[in-house]
Ligand binder design. Structure first.
Ligand code: B1M
Length: 210
């Protein structure tokens, strides 16, 4: 019987050739899509923990996330057929006026790797667009990213727009280099994460899962 530990390791080390072929091999061996996904998620958890301990850095996280995403593309049809439902839907974007997306993409990929359905709105996203996407996708979590001090007010405006629509069951998580926990408290966001790995923990905590 195939050992899924090799798949976990391939995801963790960002070896996408091996990760995708092991995913296919596991499907061909009739392993359940859920068990294959679980093995991948462990790989992402492990690289995330290393990142938090400063044992690896952004490039290692990016290649692991890329291996995860490519393997997910192979697994997804079988997962859907098996009746798998993501833990929740999250909307993410970089706020209006801000074009930086590397950190946001990392959070988006890590969220996908932790069994969330992620709707990525891209950069320069207006408050109205966030609100519309939350409603359209019935999202339970929204992630706002900002890299410029000058776009922090857009984050505040987005939080206000979401709150004014009384979308009370959606949690708001913010992050980005100039952002802090005290800014999150000030604008009424539900959480702040300093990096992509913690953004996974925060998301799960806010959603009350895991
Ligand atoms: Co710009 N830029 N930039 N830039 N840029 C910074 C941010 C800056 C600090 C550079 C500097 O002056 N030292 C500075 C901001 C100063 C400030 O506001 N205090 C700056 C500036 C001024 C500008 C322009 C205004 C420059 C100009 O045109 N005069 C301009 C603005 C354009 C705009 O947005 N409207 C601009 C443009 C650009 C590029 C387009 C050239 C490019 C962006 C390319 C892209 O993103 N596709 C760029 C880049 C690359 C940078 C730097 C060099 C790197 C940013 C980055 O990607 N870091 C940056 C300087 C620096 O940081 N050394 C700089 C890596 C990334 C992984 O980290 O995004 O912080 P980061 O994400 C982290 C965490 O913050 C967190 O997780 C990630 C890691 O795990 N995180 C979240 C992020 N989002 C999160 C969301 C969460 C949770 C965690 O929950 C939802």
């Amino acid at each position: 019987m195939m050992d899924l530990k090799d798949l976990t390791e391939a995801i963790k080390t960002g070896n996408r050739t091996q990760a995708t072929s092991l995913t296919q091999e596991a499907l061909d061996a009739d392993l359940t899509p859920q068990s294959i996904l679980d093995a991948m998620v462990v790989g992402m958890d492990e690289i995330g923990d290393k990142f938090k301990r400063n044992e690896v850095f952004v490039p290692e996280m990016l290649i692991a996330a890329r291996a995860m995403n490519e393997s997910m593309a192979i697994l997804e049809p079988s997962l859907v057929k098996s009746g798998y439902k993501p833990l929740a839907t999250a909307v993410i974007g970089t706020v209006q006026g801000d074009l930086h997306d590397i950190g946001k993409n990392l959070v988006s990929m890590m969220w996908k790797g932790s069994a969330l359905n992620v709707i990525d709105l891209g950069t320069n996203v207006t408050p109205d667009k966030f609100v519309a996407a939350i409603k359209e996708h019935d999202a339970k979590l929204v992630g706002l990213s900002a890299l410029l001090t000058t776009t922090m007010p857009s984050m505040k405006a987005t939080v206000e727009a979401i709150k004014s629509e009384e979308l009370s069951d959606v949690k708001i998580l913010i992050g980005g280099a100039p952002v802090t926990q005290s800014f999150a408290d000030q604008i009424g966001a539900d959480g702040y994460s300093p990096d992509a790995a913690s953004a996974v923990d925060s998301a799960h905590q806010l959603l009350g899962i895991r």
